[in-house]
Design a protein around this ligand. Structure first.
Ligand code: HEM
Length: 494
């Protein structure tokens, strides 16, 4: 009997394969009742259409179109649902939520000699995440910012010098801004930078960060595959060389920690690292060197590209909308050089311009994915079982016409109380997802905003800027959304 069955299956292998394959696809589609969630049929059947959409670098456009067609909840993959409803923000991301980060984030995990490095960006252990975030919170606080501000000024001076040398030419400032953001985040974190502004990518980090971002975006759609790829040390070694990508950066952070320990003092201006070392010396059990290294490394990995994208988005919109540029220049006339964050932070129109540019072009272009807790949850009227991957993509939520009427237009005024009533402004602010939401909200948001609020007025006070070759501006979405082709002509002011 067994032999007959074996002979039958081996002689009919093509049919067996077809039946198994079809059964698997049907299982994907109908699994755990998710077939009830609206979306294109093929998205429910297989992850391939989603992978293809991400690979093309236009998944945000596809997601926006799908939401316009299917509504506030859309099935993007067999177990992947995109949500675009401000009413669901609290349930998924709010403080105290039971939703945890999905396996998508595991693909950005880093490893050192002790194994997996505990990174707040990836952690699903809520108690550990809270503890790690609390122990670094004063370094990211307003008080910490005031201490760190002066570290950015020499970087700014070098940037200005460079732009003066390029005056009159048509310059693609995409790379220049990335170098500025890299030097700035190094400077506030370690109290020294590597002169990216003049020398370029001397530490050879751009390639690694870009590969990790591509890898996370594409393979994160099928995260089980990670354990066969970069999670294997020999694959990481093959891709990034002996150190596997992370090791050089960790080594750098460790040697900076050692150096900072030797000249520890409470006198300012304190760098991010010095602040954490002070925390450690006051309460040694609260934070160890490995965690300090992780925070420092996280700043460099999470804070350079993101800030550069934000700067490009703001400059592009300003140069495209000359009326806004002029209005903002007028507001800046109260500022003096070197521009102080505290002064720039008081300007309401500037805040509105930044918010509107970052609404239209968030630095993260894919959903901030979470897992529905074991007991399940009701989202947008659907009962979803535990383990379903759900998330809100800032690009999608920011294009919701109910929250942001005429969503594709750049209208900074919409963020001002003189134009929008208080209740609606509250909904808009809650739906502003560029920096995420809840416990995992961006730790470095204010570091980034400090850089932005210092450099944009500085450039406008120093130069007349003109957008050239507008058609060259574009970007590819691979988790981050880095633009290219931002050509600007700088003319020094008399
Ligand atoms: C415009 C600039 C920036 C943008 C748009 C941005 C965006 C984000 C977003 C959306 C998240 C949340 C991810 C999620 O929930 O899945 C995040 C997390 C994070 N960001 Fe940023 N970021 C920026 C700058 C920075 C800077 C300058 C730093 C550090 C100096 C930084 C450090 C972090 C860290 C450590 C996390 C993880 C927080 C956690 O999970 O608890 N970011 N960022």
């Amino acid at each position: 009997m067994i032999q007959e069955t074996f002979v039958f299956f081996t002689s009919q292998w093509a049919y067996v394969l077809l039946v198994s394959f079809t059964t698997r696809l049907l299982y994907n589609y109908f699994q755990r009742g998710l077939w009830r969630v609206p979306g294109p049929f093929m998205r429910g059947v297989s992850s391939i259409p989603r992978i293809f959409s991400v690979y093309r670098g236009k998944s945000h456009d596809d997601d926006i179109s799908l939401h316009r067609k299917y509504g506030k909840i859309v099935r993007l993959g067999p177990n992947l649902l995109s949500i675009a409803d401000p009413a669901e923000i609290n349930q998924i991301y709010g403080i105290g939520t039971k939703f945890i980060k999905s396996r998508f984030y595991e693909l950005s995990s880093a490893y050192d000699d002790e194994g997996l490095v505990p990174d707040t960006f990836v952690l699903t252990d809520k108690a550990m995440h809270t503890r790690m975030k609390r122990n670094a919170s004063n370094a990211y606080s307003t008080n910490g910012l005031i201490q760190m501000e002066s570290w950015i000024d020499p970087v700014t001076d070098r940037l200005l010098l460079k732009l003066h040398k390029l005056a009159g030419q048509s310059v693609d400032i995409s790379a220049v801004l990335k170098d500025f953001a890299m030097d700035s985040v190094f400077a506030v974190t370690f109290g020294r930078d590597f002169n990216y502004v003049e020398e370029g990518d001397v530490l050879k980090m751009y390639g690694i960060l870009e590969t990790v971002s591509d890898y996370m975006a594409i393979f994160g759609q099928v995260p089980w595959i990670h354990k066969f790829l970069l999670a294997r040390p020999f694959v990481a070694k093959f891709m990034f060389g002996e150190g596997g990508g992370d090791k050089e950066m960790f080594q750098l952070a460790i040697s900076e920690i050692e150096a900072a320990k030797k000249k520890q003092s409470e006198d300012g201006p304190l760098t991010f690292l010095q602040r954490l070392l002070l925390n450690q010396s006051k309460d040694p059990a609260s934070i160890d060197d490995r965690e300090i290294m992780t925070h420092a490394f996280g700043n460099i990995a999470a804070g350079s590209d993101t800030t550069a994208i934000a700067l490009r988005a703001i400059i592009f919109q300003l140069l495209k909308h000359t009326d806004v540029y002029e209005k903002l220049s007028e507001e800046f006339s109260t500022l003096t050089r070197p521009v102080k964050f505290a002064d720039a932070n008081k300007l309401p129109y500037f805040a509105a311009v930044i918010q509107e540019a970052l609404r239209l072009h968030p630095s993260v272009g894919m959903m901030l994915a979470r897992l529905v807790p074991a007991e399940g949850a009701e989202i947008c009227g659907h009962n979803l079982p535990g383990g379903t991957e759900v998330g809100i993509n800032p690009w999608v939520l920011h294009r919701d016409p109910e929250v942001f009427p005429d969503p594709d237009s750049f209208r900074p005024e919409r963020w001002l109380l003189s134009n929008t009533d208080e209740e609606h402004l509250r909904v808009m602010n809650r739906s502003f997802f560029t920096f995420g939401h809840g416990a995992h909200t961006c730790s470095g948001r204010w570091i980034s905003l400090m850089e932005i609020k210092k450099i944009i007025p500085t450039l406008i006070l120093e130069f007349d800027m003109k957008l050239v070759k507008e058609g060259e501006y574009g970007f590819k979405n691979r988790w981050f959304t880095p633009q290219h082709g931002l050509f600007v002509q700088f003319t020094p002011k008399a």
